[in-house]
Design a protein around this ligand. Sequence first.
Ligand code: ATR
Length: 281
Amino acid sequence: MTDRYAVIGNPIEQSKSPLIHTAFAQVTGQDLAYTKVLSPLGEFAQTVDAFRAAGGRGMNVTAPFKLDAFAYATDLAPSAQLAGAVNALKFEGDKVFAENFDGVGLVRDVVHNLGCPLQGRKVLVMGAGGATRGALLPILMQGPAELVIVNRTVAKAQELAALAQKSQSHNPNAGVPVRGIGYDDLQGESFDVVFNATSASLTAQVPPLPVSAFAPGALAYELAYGKGLTPFLQLAQQAGVTRLADGVGMLAEQAAEAFLWWRGVRPDTRAVIDTLTVPLV
Ligand code: ATR
Protein backbone atom coordinates (compact mmCIF):
# COMPACT_ATOMS: atom_id res chain seq x y z
CA MET A 1 0.00 0.00 0.00
CA THR A 2 1.22 3.48 -0.85
CA ASP A 3 2.31 5.37 2.28
CA ARG A 4 1.16 8.98 2.61
CA TYR A 5 3.26 11.99 3.57
CA ALA A 6 2.69 15.73 3.17
CA VAL A 7 3.99 19.18 3.87
CA ILE A 8 1.68 21.41 5.92
CA GLY A 9 1.73 25.21 5.92
CA ASN A 10 -0.19 28.38 5.09
CA PRO A 11 0.43 29.41 2.37
CA ILE A 12 1.68 26.14 0.89
CA GLU A 13 1.67 26.63 -2.90
CA GLN A 14 5.35 27.72 -2.92
CA SER A 15 6.63 24.54 -1.21
CA LYS A 16 9.20 22.48 -3.09
CA SER A 17 8.88 19.53 -0.69
CA PRO A 18 6.49 17.45 -2.87
CA LEU A 19 8.87 17.77 -5.82
CA ILE A 20 11.85 16.82 -3.67
CA HIS A 21 10.30 13.85 -1.87
CA THR A 22 8.67 12.50 -5.04
CA ALA A 23 12.10 12.56 -6.72
CA PHE A 24 13.65 10.85 -3.67
CA ALA A 25 10.93 8.15 -3.72
CA GLN A 26 11.59 7.48 -7.41
CA VAL A 27 15.36 7.08 -7.07
CA THR A 28 15.10 4.92 -3.95
CA GLY A 29 12.14 2.85 -5.20
CA GLN A 30 9.98 3.73 -2.17
CA ASP A 31 6.20 3.42 -2.56
CA LEU A 32 4.91 6.72 -1.19
CA ALA A 33 2.72 9.67 -2.11
CA TYR A 34 3.70 13.17 -0.94
CA THR A 35 1.24 16.05 -1.17
CA LYS A 36 0.66 19.64 0.06
CA VAL A 37 -1.78 20.33 2.89
CA LEU A 38 -3.06 23.87 3.37
CA SER A 39 -4.10 24.22 7.01
CA PRO A 40 -6.38 27.06 8.07
CA LEU A 41 -4.68 29.30 10.62
CA GLY A 42 -5.53 28.20 14.16
CA GLU A 43 -6.54 24.70 12.97
CA PHE A 44 -3.15 22.98 12.80
CA ALA A 45 -4.03 20.20 15.26
CA GLN A 46 -7.38 19.38 13.60
CA THR A 47 -5.79 19.32 10.15
CA VAL A 48 -3.00 16.98 11.27
CA ASP A 49 -5.49 14.79 13.16
CA ALA A 50 -7.46 14.37 9.93
CA PHE A 51 -4.32 13.52 7.94
CA ARG A 52 -3.34 10.88 10.50
CA ALA A 53 -6.86 9.44 10.60
CA ALA A 54 -6.63 8.99 6.81
CA GLY A 55 -3.43 6.95 7.26
CA GLY A 56 -0.76 9.69 6.98
CA ARG A 57 2.68 8.49 8.14
CA GLY A 58 4.60 11.76 8.42
CA MET A 59 4.69 15.46 7.65
CA ASN A 60 7.06 18.28 6.98
CA VAL A 61 6.02 21.49 8.68
CA THR A 62 6.55 24.95 7.30
CA ALA A 63 5.52 28.49 8.25
CA PRO A 64 3.64 29.46 10.29
CA PHE A 65 3.19 26.11 12.07
CA LYS A 66 6.63 25.15 13.39
CA LEU A 67 5.66 26.12 16.94
CA ASP A 68 2.23 24.45 16.65
CA ALA A 69 4.03 21.26 15.61
CA PHE A 70 6.29 21.62 18.65
CA ALA A 71 3.21 21.75 20.88
CA TYR A 72 1.50 18.86 19.03
CA ALA A 73 4.43 16.44 19.35
CA THR A 74 4.56 13.74 22.02
CA ASP A 75 8.31 13.03 21.63
CA LEU A 76 10.68 15.91 20.82
CA ALA A 77 14.20 15.18 19.58
CA PRO A 78 17.03 17.32 21.06
CA SER A 79 17.31 19.14 17.70
CA ALA A 80 13.69 20.26 17.98
CA GLN A 81 14.05 21.13 21.65
CA LEU A 82 17.02 23.43 21.09
CA ALA A 83 15.52 24.96 17.95
CA GLY A 84 12.23 25.50 19.81
CA ALA A 85 10.58 24.49 16.54
CA VAL A 86 9.71 21.37 14.55
CA ASN A 87 10.03 20.79 10.81
CA ALA A 88 9.31 17.07 10.54
CA LEU A 89 6.79 14.75 12.21
CA LYS A 90 6.50 10.97 12.22
CA PHE A 91 3.28 9.27 13.30
CA GLU A 92 3.36 5.84 15.00
CA GLY A 93 0.10 4.91 16.71
CA ASP A 94 -0.55 7.54 19.38
CA LYS A 95 3.03 8.76 19.21
CA VAL A 96 4.05 11.90 17.34
CA PHE A 97 7.83 12.04 16.97
CA ALA A 98 9.24 15.46 16.14
CA GLU A 99 12.54 16.58 14.67
CA ASN A 100 14.14 19.69 13.27
CA PHE A 101 16.44 18.83 10.37
CA ASP A 102 17.18 22.38 9.17
CA GLY A 103 20.45 22.70 11.09
CA VAL A 104 21.75 19.24 10.26
CA GLY A 105 20.80 19.82 6.62
CA LEU A 106 22.72 23.09 6.61
CA VAL A 107 25.84 21.50 8.06
CA ARG A 108 25.67 18.53 5.71
CA ASP A 109 25.42 20.89 2.73
CA VAL A 110 28.42 22.94 3.87
CA VAL A 111 30.67 20.06 4.88
CA HIS A 112 29.66 17.39 2.37
CA ASN A 113 28.35 19.18 -0.75
CA LEU A 114 30.46 22.34 -0.60
CA GLY A 115 33.52 20.59 0.80
CA CYS A 116 34.01 23.12 3.57
CA PRO A 117 34.82 21.45 6.90
CA LEU A 118 33.79 23.44 9.97
CA GLN A 119 36.16 21.69 12.34
CA GLY A 120 38.76 24.11 13.68
CA ARG A 121 37.24 27.04 11.72
CA LYS A 122 35.96 30.38 12.98
CA VAL A 123 32.23 30.52 12.31
CA LEU A 124 29.96 33.58 12.37
CA VAL A 125 26.16 33.28 12.37
CA MET A 126 24.18 36.46 11.68
CA GLY A 127 20.77 36.65 13.34
CA ALA A 128 19.33 35.22 16.54
CA GLY A 129 15.91 34.00 15.40
CA GLY A 130 14.51 30.56 14.70
CA ALA A 131 16.87 29.79 11.82
CA THR A 132 19.90 30.40 14.04
CA ARG A 133 18.51 28.39 16.94
CA GLY A 134 18.14 25.36 14.68
CA ALA A 135 21.67 25.64 13.31
CA LEU A 136 23.64 26.04 16.55
CA LEU A 137 23.85 22.47 17.82
CA PRO A 138 24.73 20.88 14.45
CA ILE A 139 27.46 23.53 13.92
CA LEU A 140 28.88 22.92 17.40
CA MET A 141 28.92 19.17 16.78
CA GLN A 142 31.50 19.83 14.04
CA GLY A 143 33.96 21.25 16.57
CA PRO A 144 34.65 24.73 15.15
CA ALA A 145 37.42 26.82 16.76
CA GLU A 146 34.82 29.37 17.77
CA LEU A 147 31.15 30.17 17.14
CA VAL A 148 30.04 33.80 17.22
CA ILE A 149 26.40 34.87 16.98
CA VAL A 150 25.94 38.50 15.88
CA ASN A 151 22.57 40.20 16.08
CA ARG A 152 20.98 43.66 15.80
CA THR A 153 19.37 43.06 19.19
CA VAL A 154 22.49 42.08 21.13
CA ALA A 155 20.66 40.60 24.13
CA LYS A 156 19.08 37.93 21.88
CA ALA A 157 22.52 36.94 20.57
CA GLN A 158 23.82 36.69 24.12
CA GLU A 159 20.84 34.59 25.22
CA LEU A 160 21.34 32.16 22.35
CA ALA A 161 25.08 31.97 23.01
CA ALA A 162 24.36 31.01 26.62
CA LEU A 163 21.83 28.39 25.48
CA ALA A 164 24.32 26.98 22.97
CA GLN A 165 26.99 26.74 25.68
CA LYS A 166 24.56 24.79 27.84
CA SER A 167 23.53 22.52 24.97
CA GLN A 168 27.07 21.29 24.57
CA SER A 169 26.30 18.54 27.06
CA HIS A 170 25.01 16.69 23.90
CA ASN A 171 28.29 17.34 22.14
CA PRO A 172 31.29 15.04 22.15
CA ASN A 173 33.41 18.02 21.02
CA ALA A 174 32.15 20.02 24.04
CA GLY A 175 33.98 23.17 24.92
CA VAL A 176 33.64 25.25 21.74
CA PRO A 177 33.69 28.91 22.83
CA VAL A 178 30.40 30.63 21.90
CA ARG A 179 29.89 34.42 22.03
CA GLY A 180 26.87 36.63 21.35
CA ILE A 181 27.73 40.15 20.16
CA GLY A 182 26.46 43.18 18.23
CA TYR A 183 27.57 44.28 14.74
CA ASP A 184 29.74 47.09 16.19
CA ASP A 185 31.76 44.49 18.09
CA LEU A 186 32.86 42.83 14.84
CA GLN A 187 35.54 45.42 14.09
CA GLY A 188 38.91 43.69 13.86
CA GLU A 189 37.43 40.17 13.69
CA SER A 190 37.32 37.82 10.71
CA PHE A 191 35.70 34.44 10.08
CA ASP A 192 36.21 31.46 7.77
CA VAL A 193 32.49 30.83 7.36
CA VAL A 194 29.74 33.48 7.59
CA PHE A 195 26.10 32.34 7.65
CA ASN A 196 23.28 34.80 7.06
CA ALA A 197 20.44 33.40 9.16
CA THR A 198 18.61 36.74 9.45
CA SER A 199 15.35 37.41 7.65
CA ALA A 200 16.89 40.56 6.14
CA SER A 201 17.16 39.05 2.63
CA LEU A 202 13.41 38.54 2.49
CA THR A 203 13.06 42.34 2.50
CA ALA A 204 16.17 42.94 0.34
CA GLN A 205 18.06 44.40 3.30
CA VAL A 206 21.53 43.65 4.54
CA PRO A 207 22.67 43.65 8.17
CA PRO A 208 25.52 46.07 8.96
CA LEU A 209 28.31 43.54 8.55
CA PRO A 210 31.81 45.02 8.10
CA VAL A 211 33.53 43.58 4.99
CA SER A 212 36.53 42.79 7.20
CA ALA A 213 34.43 40.00 8.77
CA PHE A 214 35.34 37.72 5.82
CA ALA A 215 38.72 36.00 6.27
CA PRO A 216 40.71 35.19 3.12
CA GLY A 217 39.09 32.16 1.40
CA ALA A 218 35.90 32.54 3.44
CA LEU A 219 32.58 30.93 2.55
CA ALA A 220 29.53 33.25 2.59
CA TYR A 221 26.32 31.23 3.00
CA GLU A 222 22.82 32.66 2.67
CA LEU A 223 20.28 30.39 4.36
CA ALA A 224 17.42 31.78 2.23
CA TYR A 225 16.90 29.88 -1.00
CA GLY A 226 16.28 30.88 -4.59
CA LYS A 227 16.70 34.65 -4.28
CA GLY A 228 19.80 34.89 -6.48
CA LEU A 229 22.56 37.25 -5.38
CA THR A 230 21.00 38.66 -2.21
CA PRO A 231 22.29 41.91 -0.65
CA PHE A 232 24.35 39.78 1.78
CA LEU A 233 25.93 37.76 -1.03
CA GLN A 234 26.55 40.99 -2.96
CA LEU A 235 28.32 42.43 0.06
CA ALA A 236 30.46 39.31 0.30
CA GLN A 237 31.26 39.43 -3.40
CA GLN A 238 32.27 43.10 -3.13
CA ALA A 239 34.52 42.11 -0.21
CA GLY A 240 36.33 39.71 -2.56
CA VAL A 241 34.67 36.49 -1.36
CA THR A 242 34.51 33.90 -4.15
CA ARG A 243 32.82 31.05 -2.27
CA LEU A 244 29.14 32.03 -2.26
CA ALA A 245 26.19 29.73 -1.57
CA ASP A 246 22.47 29.94 -0.90
CA GLY A 247 20.21 27.52 0.95
CA VAL A 248 19.26 25.23 -1.93
CA GLY A 249 21.55 22.49 -0.64
CA MET A 250 20.24 22.98 2.89
CA LEU A 251 16.67 22.57 1.59
CA ALA A 252 17.55 19.33 -0.19
CA GLU A 253 19.61 17.96 2.70
CA GLN A 254 16.99 18.61 5.40
CA ALA A 255 14.53 16.79 3.14
CA ALA A 256 16.96 13.89 2.74
CA GLU A 257 17.32 13.67 6.54
CA ALA A 258 13.54 13.50 6.93
CA PHE A 259 13.32 10.88 4.17
CA LEU A 260 15.98 8.76 5.91
CA TRP A 261 14.15 9.11 9.24
CA TRP A 262 10.82 8.05 7.71
CA ARG A 263 11.98 5.39 5.24
CA GLY A 264 15.36 4.14 6.50
CA VAL A 265 17.12 4.98 3.24
CA ARG A 266 19.15 8.09 2.42
CA PRO A 267 18.52 9.48 -1.05
CA ASP A 268 21.28 11.17 -3.03
CA THR A 269 20.51 14.91 -3.25
CA ARG A 270 22.61 15.96 -6.27
CA ALA A 271 19.87 15.73 -8.93
CA VAL A 272 17.37 17.63 -6.74
CA ILE A 273 19.91 20.36 -5.99
CA ASP A 274 20.68 20.72 -9.71
CA THR A 275 16.96 20.97 -10.53
CA LEU A 276 16.23 23.61 -7.88
CA THR A 277 19.37 25.75 -8.17
CA VAL A 278 18.71 29.38 -9.05
CA PRO A 279 21.90 31.01 -10.37
CA LEU A 280 23.59 33.47 -8.01
CA VAL A 281 23.45 36.49 -10.31
P1 ATR B 1 13.63 33.28 11.52
O1 ATR B 1 12.71 32.30 12.16
O2 ATR B 1 13.59 33.28 10.01
O3 ATR B 1 15.03 33.19 12.03
P2 ATR B 1 12.98 35.50 13.23
O4 ATR B 1 12.87 34.58 14.37
O5 ATR B 1 11.94 36.55 13.02
O6 ATR B 1 13.03 34.72 11.86
O7 ATR B 1 14.43 36.18 13.30
C1 ATR B 1 14.85 37.09 12.34
C2 ATR B 1 16.29 37.50 12.65
O8 ATR B 1 16.76 38.36 11.58
C3 ATR B 1 16.46 38.29 13.93
O9 ATR B 1 17.69 37.94 14.53
C4 ATR B 1 16.50 39.74 13.43
O10 ATR B 1 17.22 40.62 14.27
P3 ATR B 1 16.54 41.22 15.63
O11 ATR B 1 16.56 40.08 16.62
O12 ATR B 1 17.43 42.31 16.03
O13 ATR B 1 15.16 41.63 15.23
C5 ATR B 1 17.24 39.57 12.14
N1 ATR B 1 17.00 40.66 11.18
C6 ATR B 1 15.89 40.86 10.43
N2 ATR B 1 16.04 41.94 9.62
C7 ATR B 1 17.28 42.42 9.84
C8 ATR B 1 18.07 43.51 9.31
N3 ATR B 1 17.56 44.31 8.36
N4 ATR B 1 19.30 43.69 9.79
C9 ATR B 1 19.84 42.88 10.76
N5 ATR B 1 19.15 41.82 11.28
C10 ATR B 1 17.91 41.60 10.85
